[in-house]
Design a protein around this ligand. Structure first.
Ligand code: DCP
Ligand code: MG
Ligand code: MN
Length: 326
């Protein structure tokens, strides 16, 4: 039921409140709520009619009981009470979660102990090395990286990598590849078209980048779960730029390039959707490949080399990275 003039939102008064509820869920860190409110905003803003009562949204896909109650409240009172009341703890929790290495759980723990400010955490909490660095670079990490700086970083790191081995393929992934004007971190992928990257490659690259003063610190990196893919996390700073940045360097086996590319292109929501679709079709998809699941849970590799073959099997048209911002 898209209206002929579909750019016009007939229910702005409702979607404005729902947008506030999205923000509230974001401060809360409630992923499920964020998604359902976002979805509701999308659905309601496209309606061709103005909602006058809860009956108008009855049976609408994506608008469940809870959403209907909210709509009813907004129709009755003009606003959603919840959207306009922010619990006291949200402020401190938000501050804590902005420390690299602090997630929802630890932030809650800090709050429960009685910490309210960064000063409290700095002076009283026992912190991991990652978290200590998170405090040290707190202000830097709050600043997003302009696209132009990402391009310079890509150029610089590519040059350094090619000095070690001119055959390696280098590519910026994540939000940069999706065309974002600013990025939260740098996601740099390296693969060796001649086969498996040698064992010490990542170490040589990191060492070289440290020696030239580009890499400042390493953070703890996830253990390589299977195969040869590895992720290295750290902190870098480009000469002439006053701000330290988060960088992830990914080493990917060439024959997993397609699956790895899907994963590191994102966004996270796009990955969630395509993985769900794969599951529904009896496959499982991760950064190593698309696998067929057998009756006893055993997995057989079906495709991993190119994005195209994975998309083909799943029956989804291939989309450029810039159209994966869902
Ligand atoms: N990724 C994922 N699920 C996660 C984390 C990451 O699927 N829980 C994938 C999708 C992301 C990519 O890895 O696009 C890179 O992760 P980042 O955290 O660097 O996210 P982005 O680069 O997309 O955004 P930002 O600009 O915040 O770095
Ligand atoms: Mg990123
Ligand atoms: Mn990243």
């Amino acid at each position: 039921n898209a209206s002929p003039n579909s750019s016009e939102n007939k229910n702005q008064h409702i979607t404005d409140e729902f947008t506030r509820l999205v923000k509230r869920a974001e401060t809360e860190g409630n992923q499920w709520r964020i998604r359902s409110y976002k979805k509701a905003v999308k659905i309601i803003s496209k309606l061709s009619f103005r909602i006058m009562s809860k009956e108008d949204v009855k049976g609408l896909k994506g608008i469940g009981k809870n959403m209907t109650l909210k709509i009813e409240e907004i129709l009755r009172t003009g606003y959603s009470l919840k959207a306009h009341t922010i619990p006291e703890k949200f402020g401190p929790l938000e501050k804590f979660k902005n420390i690299y290495g602090v997630g929802e759980k630890i932030a809650e723990k800090f709050y429960t102990i009685g910490y309210r400010t960064l000063e409290d955490v700095k002076s009283k909490a026992t912190l991991t090395r990652d978290q200590q660095l998170g405090i040290k670079y707190y202000d830097d990490f709050l600043q997003r990286i302009p696209r132009s700086e990402c391009s310079k970083i890509a150029e610089f790191v590519t040059k350094m990598v090619h000095e070690l081995d001119a055959n390696l393929i280098c590519r910026m992934m994540g939000s940069y590849l999706r065309g974002s004007e600013t990025c939260g971190d740098v996601d740099f992928m390296i693969t060796d078209p001649n086969g498996l990257p040698n064992e010490g490659l990542l170490e040589s690259i990191v060492l070289k980048l440290k020696n030239v003063g580009f890499i400042l610190e390493n953070l703890s990196s996830p253990a390589s779960e299977d195969g040869h893919e590895r992720i290295w996390r750290g902190i870098c700073k480009l000469a002439g730029v006053g701000i330290a940045r988060r960088i992830d360097i990914l080493i990917v086996p060439f024959d997993e390039l397609g699956a790895a590319t899907i994963y590191f292109t994102g966004n996270t929501e796009f990955n969630r959707c395509i993985r769900l679709l794969a599951r529904k079709m009896g496959y499982s998809l991760n950064q190593h490949g698309l696998f067929r699941k057998g009756p006893n849970g055993e997995k057989t590799l079906v495709a991993s080399k190119t994005e195209q073959e994975i998309f083909d099997i799943l029956g989804v048209p291939w989309k450029p990275a810039t159209e994966r911002n869902i």
